[in-house]
Design a protein around this ligand. Structure first.
Ligand SMILES: [Zn+2]
Length: 385
């Protein structure tokens, strides 16, 4: 079955083809079959008139922690009253998550997925990391695998309370029985390489163990202070280094010369009152950047890619077009995918029609619900109409 979307006022390809005006897109079998001027489109039985609205690729949210129980609004409130953010708050979510049933976690997860889709997200990566014991981590990766193919095993999120005096013994557990239990349902291995979480030596053990089991590496680093995370990420060929607020010039040069994407998570800086990374510096140096929500109950409880785009433009020095590309094609690069995040023939028909004439409105009109219709694999999954 073919569907033609015509009368698109502004089409952002998020490829080097740039922006097309008065364009049309032909969808066939869940893929984009053709992109070009409306006037050149051949009629098919199903035609959707975009009435001059802007069309963009579905957002690729390449970093989230969606399988958890509980709420940390009180911690956020205390932080806004002046308390400093530290990595340890994760442990309170771990206690709530261990106590939750699969049914409760699944229902919460489904709610987040629906919330994201309504805001234009068509691909989401989901990490485990609120179990921190073999059985709960296994449950979390399995639940994540029910809703996405982009599942990340993050047993090395933080050292759980019961291993507080023996962090290396916890790393042994992560790379042994826990990895055994989780590897089959995961595509990625991740570690939080930061003071208060894992050292660079421990992080290396975790990532190398995952690579040995066929998982691909990604890393949380440089969020709260400088460190050796970039060196490790580039050396191991990580698909993405996430956060990256504190980077030396050598770190930036190493990223620019690598295939490692720097994933910016502006919701975190918003929610923790930390300084925003300088995206302008990264882009000007030639680093490939992505934008993701990092949806989690502690440091960034937004699921809105449009909100993160607006923050990246306002606070990180990106242009609206750069921010859109980072939130689509950039996220796809961070997941090593070339079939999503762009509007081009052959790509999956993951598309967002905005109730606006231009992608610029995503940051020009922050906080306003501008998503009109969302297609995933050519199927309408959310619509305002
Ligand atoms: Zn994260």
């Amino acid at each position: 079955m073919s569907t033609l979307i015509t009368g698109i006022g502004e089409l952002s390809t998020c490829t080097d083809a740039g922006i097309l005006d008065d364009a049309a897109v032909l969808i066939e079998g869940g893929r984009i079959a053709w992109v070009g001027p409306s006037a050149d489109a051949s009629p098919v039985p199903t035609i959707i008139d975009a009435a001059g609205r802007a069309l963009i690729p579905g957002f690729v949210d390449s970093h989230s922690h969606l399988v958890f129980a509980g709420d940390r609004a009180a911690e956020f409130e205390a932080r806004m009253a002046g308390e400093r953010y530290a990595a340890g708050g994760i442990r309170s979510t771990v206690a709530a998550t261990r106590a939750a049933t699969d049914a409760a976690l699944r229902e919460r997860l489904a709610g987040f997925i629906a919330e994201m889709q309504a805001q234009g997200t068509t691909t989401v990566e989901i990490k485990s990391g609120y179990g921190l014991d073999v059985d709960t981590e296994r449950r979390l990766v399995r639940l994540a695998a029910e809703v996405t193919g982009e599942v990340t095993f993050l047993g090395a999120h933080v050292v759980p309370t019961e291993f507080a005096d023996a962090p290396d013994a916890y790393v042994d557990l992560v790379i042994g029985p826990m990895l055994d239990a989780c590897a089959a349902d995961a595509r990625w291995i991740d570690v939080f390489c930061e003071e208060g979480a894992f050292t660079v030596e421990q992080s290396r053990r975790v990532l190398e163990a995952g690579i040995t089991r066929g998982l691909m590496p990604r890393i949380h680093a440089g969020q709260l202070g400088p460190g050796e995370g970039v060196r490790l990420a580039v050396e191991l060929g990580a698909a993405s280094l996430d956060h990256g607020t504190y980077l030396s010039d050598a770190d930036v040069a190493a990223l620019a010369a690598s295939d490692t994407v720097l994933t910016l998570l502006p919701g975190v800086e918003f929610s923790t009152r930390q300084p925003y990374p300088d995206a302008r510096r990264l882009i000007d140096a030639g680093v490939t950047v992505a934008i993701a929500c990092d949806t989690n109950p502690g440091s960034s409880f937004t699921s809105s890619m449009p909100f993160c785009i607006a923050l990246a433009v306002r606070e990180m020095g990106m242009t609206p077009a750069e921010a859109l590309r980072a939130a689509t094609a950039g996220g796809a690069r961070a997941l090593r995918r070339d079939d999503i995040g762009v509007i081009a023939a052959g790509a999956r028909a993951d598309l967002v029609l905005l109730d606006a004439p231009s992608h610029v409105h995503l940051s020009y009109r922050p906080g306003v619900p501008l998503v009109h219709s969302v297609w995933k694999d050519g199927v309408l999954i959310a619509s305002r109409a």
